[in-house]
Design a protein around this ligand. Structure first.
Ligand code: ZN
Length: 282
């Protein structure tokens, strides 16, 4: 069924998962875990939902279209509301559920650059999660005039229900409750990103978990991280693996082959689709 999968490596990974005192998962966005889980930014998903963005402006995928310089907020939110709904409020993907089944009884912590909330939807404990780059499901002030975030589910759904000709009614433009400027999704795209109370709490939980386990048998498990923001997960994982001689580093990512030589004897690169690897464990 999986003719190209490297079975000895998968077996080694299974042993590491079972034998480690702590597992630290680093999960990537973009070309990473969520893509493997079946999030599609172009093709059918794009044309079923945003054909008008192709007809009007020539876009062929959701990601590029999200950078469009919309001429009005009502048109911008017509697009954003559907984009956020598709990426944040749809059902949990089976890949995350399978990962949860593997991890649920282990001593784990997850650091992720994903912003789609899939880990929480798959029942991973929020006390064991650090979403470094924000969440599509939260709004923040665009200035920002204060450090708070707001759940946006109801607002997003209303924008979708009430839009006409891909434009939302003026009164649904999300406004900051303090300064009345427009709200934006809580995503780290520049220095205006709001690190709210929940963000700081999970950053602290992550640091605590690392500290508690720094000299134990730790497995650093990197899933689809790549090189977009390597300083958040990849480079620290290499560094921590180097510092703790009892630790191991495993990277699952299609087309990834590099391991620093200092940690080579305690590392495994599984150059496969994450889906195939997770599926084969069962
Ligand atoms: Zn404000």
């Amino acid at each position: 069924m999986y003719p190209n999968i490297n079975l000895p490596k998968i077996k080694q990974l299974t042993n590491l998962i079972n034998d480690s005192t702590a597992i630290i998962i680093g999960a990537g966005a973009g070309a990473g875990l969520s893509t493997a889980a079946g999030f599609e930014y172009d093709g059918k998903t794009f044309f079923n939902n945003f054909k008008y963005m192709y007809d009007k402006y020539g876009y062929q995928d959701m990601y590029s279209a999200s950078f469009h310089n919309f001429s009005s907020s009502i048109e911008k939110w017509g697009y954003y509301s559907k984009f956020i709904y598709l990426n944040r409020y749809q059902e949990v993907k089976p890949l995350y559920q399978k990962l949860y089944q593997i991890m649920k009884d282990k001593n784990y912590f997850i650091i992720t650059t994903n912003v789609d909330h899939q880990f929480q939807k798959a029942s991973f404990s929020k006390n064991r999660l650090f979403y470094t780059q924000g969440d599509y499901g939260l709004f923040q002030c665009s200035i920002p005039c204060h450090n708070k975030t707001y759940d946006n589910e109801q607002q997003i759904k209303e924008m979708i229900d009430k839009q006409i000709d891909h434009k939302i009614p003026h009164n649904l433009i999300p406004r900051c409750p303090i300064c009345h400027n427009e709200m934006v999704p809580n995503l780290r795209s520049d220095e205006r990103f709001v690190e709210d109370e929940g963000w700081h709490k999970s950053a602290l939980n992550y640091q605590k978990f690392l500290k508690e386990n720094e000299s134990k048998k730790v497995l650093f498990l990197e899933l689809g991280v790549g090189y977009n923001t390597p300083s958040i997960i990849k480079y620290p994982f290499w560094q921590m693996t180097k510092l703790n001689p009892l630790s191991h580093y495993v990277c699952i990512n299609k087309n990834e082959t590099y391991i620093p030589k200092e940690i080579k004897d305690r590392s495994i690169i599984i150059n496969e689709d994450i889906n195939d690897v997770i599926n084969i464990r069962f």
